[in-house]
Design a protein around this ligand. Structure first.
Ligand code: NDP
Length: 595
């Protein structure tokens, strides 16, 4: 900071750069190990009962929906609403919910306002109990949607897709499953991958730990006691270690701190912890919301996220940060608004915001050494920002220690963890180390797709995904790739999934109505989309390169574009959604071949 406390960009950059470099690992994404092979048990389902007996299914349907999280629910619901009833939903989980099925760790909540996060609130009449609802309420809502849209009778749970092959002559996909099913489908939607496969740190000795170890997305309540609401009485005499301080740890740590004998947090990078300010929903306010309120609320939230200065009723940490960025842009005199000038103004505003967030640490944590460790030094959007009112006070507790592992954890031993030559004895080790996000699409999905002429998707997408509009890929007719796939990305993922569901449903309806057999992206349309995405990737690259490592920048190697997330997104999302709607309106199927 300079004398007058205006941030000096050169000083800020130097500080952030020093912190970034300390955390770089040469292996990038390959530093991790995944829940497969000798680590497969970390992905076992602790929630489902024994595998129910059922005969293998051999059936022909119009649409196979892979995944029963919000993507699958919204795709199936939207298809059914358009009269496309012959739908089969398949998921490895034991119920609807996706990420909310697997993640049940204590303290779990949505970090996006429930009024914009939960889809179909106007249709179901459901009133979320709080602004930021618990994970179990979201899971229950997914189940409610399953019933509301008649999806349970169309779902095959505890069933994994093992293969997907296109038959050009029949214009059908054939899917095989772990339960011996053969599902023949005209169309496939797939939302495989992100946030589903647990990721573990590739620390030497990880398999030697003799205490109890599990991943946050497969919480072991049989060991910890309690529930997602807390009360982890099984930990009263346990020395617990947590690796990872992302947004999952932010929610789980307060519950662990209350109940564990001791809690040691092995922190590589602190998360910036903004104000949460949760509270109950006022039912009178909710009842009085006018028709169409949810779309309008979601749209305005996206717009401010994209830098548009519009009224938005959402008033939370996300929105306040977005408004700061808008104000910083508008403070640049109009004649001087070059990308460089806007970038510098936003960088300074980001720094000021983070100074407030860092000052908050000092208000909540009495020990200055502990407080210093908890301050984040990187741009806000380098990582998913955190919002919590109880994480920092939990870190302040006497039974909670923070160990700086920015230089790396030396090894895991049968009895604990060794950092800088000191062994920290542990009874229980909890990996809050996130999900497999940096590997290829096929690796994350756990199955390959065989397209036209026997082409493998794992080959085509070995160095990154290639799509048209994020949904189609040449050589793979009649399959729609939902999720974070070169699409318009938003903070509220279900909103993005609904836009995708609307688009693919419209196209399937048209293909069926016109008596066509197949729809596929043209070479030239896909090439043009790749060029557009590449341009956006290049524009974002300096920012990504300046960021502390994380899954947003392929662990500090933005040039590693092999994953779906790493392959890029379309910005801004509102323009993307508008473009899809205009494309449907035009009705000429630009960029697609209908055969
Ligand atoms: P993240 O990937 O965000 O965080 C993983 C954590 O593990 C990081 O702190 C990382 O440190 C740490 N880590 C990994 N390897 C090591 C190592 N070798 N030594 C020390 N630390 C290590 O995972 P989360 O589960 O926290 O969150 C995943 C995503 O899930 C979020 O980004 C968010 O999108 C989503 N989420 C959403 C919620 C919602 O309400 N909508 C709630 C919770 C999560 P480092 O940063 O240094 O890499």
């Amino acid at each position: 900071m300079s004398e007058d406390h205006t941030p000096n960009l050169a000083e800020i950059r130097a500080r952030y750069e020093a912190e970034r470099v300390r955390r770089l690992r040469p292996a990038g994404t390959d530093q991790y190990v995944f829940a497969e092979g000798k680590f497969a048990r970390f992905a076992d389902d602790p929630h489902a009962g024994p595998l129910p007996e059922r005969a293998p299914l051999d059936e022909t349907i119009d649409v196979l929906v892979i995944g029963a999280g919000f993507g699958g629910i919204q795709a199936a619901a939207t298809l059914r609403r358009q009269g496309i009833d012959s739908v089969r939903i398949v998921d490895a989980a034991g119920d609807f919910g996706g990420t909310w099925y697997w993640n049940r760790y204590p303290g779990l909540r949505c970090d996006v306002e429930s009024y914009i996060y939960l889809p179909y609130l106007e249709e179901t009449g459901y009133v979320p109990t709080e602004r930021y609802i618990r994970g179990r309420e979201i899971l229950a809502y997914c189940q409610l949607l399953g019933r509301h849209f008649g999806l349970y009778e169309r779902a095959l749970f505890q069933t994994k897709i093992t293969g997907l092959v296109w038959d050009e002559a029949a214009a059908r996909w054939t899917a095989t499953t772990s339960r011996g099913d053969t599902l023949c489908a005209r169309f496939v939607t797939t939302q495989s991958g992100i946030f589903s496969r647990p990721q573990l740190p590739g620390i030497p000795g990880i398999e030697d730990f003799a205490g109890h170890a599990f991943h946050s997305a497969r919480w072991d309540y049989a060991y910890t006691g309690g529930s997602t609401d807390g009360g982890l009485t099984g930990l009263a005499d346990k020395r617990v270690g947590v690796i990872g301080t992302g947004t999952t740890a932010l929610q789980a740590v307060p519950e662990l701190a209350k109940d564990a004998l001791s809690l040691t947090i092995f922190q590589r990078t602190p998360t910036a912890v903004g104000v949460r300010d949760n509270g109950p929903t006022d039912p009178e306010w909710f009842k009085a919301l006018p028709a169409g309120w949810q779309n309008a609320r979601r749209d305005s939230f996206n717009r401010i996220g994209n830098g548009e200065d519009v009224d938005c009723p959402v008033d939370d940490g996300w929105a306040r940060f977005f408004r700061r960025m808008i104000a910083a842009t508008e403070a640049v005199p109009e004649a001087e608004r070059t990308p460089a000038a806007i970038g510098a103004a936003q960088e300074a505003a980001d720094y000021e915001y983070n100074e407030i967030v860092r000052a908050r640490v000092d208000e909540c944590v009495r020990d200055p050494a502990k407080a210093a460790l908890l301050k984040a030094y990187y741009r806000t959007m380098c990582k998913r920002p955190g919002f919590s009112d109880d994480y920092l006070p939990a870190c302040d507790r006497a039974n909670v220690a923070i160990v700086d592992v920015s230089g790396g954890i030396e090894r895991i031993t049968p009895g604990g963890m060794v950092v800088d030559g000191t062994e920290f004895p542990l009874d229980c080790l909890i990996f809050c180390t996130g999900f497999e996000l940096g590997t290829t699409w096929a690796h994350q999905a756990g199955y390959d797709v065989v397209g036209r002429g026997g082409q493998l998707l794992s080959d085509k997408w070995a160095n990154g995904i290639s799509t048209y509009h994020g949904l189609f890929s040449r050589g793979f007719p009649n399959i729609f790739f939902m999720g974070l796939t070169q699409t318009g990305a938003t903070v509220s993922v279900p909103h993005m999934l609904q836009e995708q569901a609307d688009h693919l449903t419209w196209i399937i309806r048209q293909v069926l109505d016109q008596g066509k057999a197949a729809v596929e992206a043209t070479d030239s349309a896909e090439a043009a989309w790749q060029e557009a995405i590449a341009g956006m990737n290049e524009a974002r690259r300096p920012f990504q390169e300046s960021c502390t490592p994380g899954y947003f920048n392929a662990e500090g190697k933005p040039e590693d574009r092999r994953s779906a997330i790493g392959s890029g997104m379309y910005f801004p999302s509102t323009a993307f959604f508008r473009m899809l709607a205009d494309w449907r309106q035009a009705g000429n199927f630009a960029g697609l071949e209908l055969r």
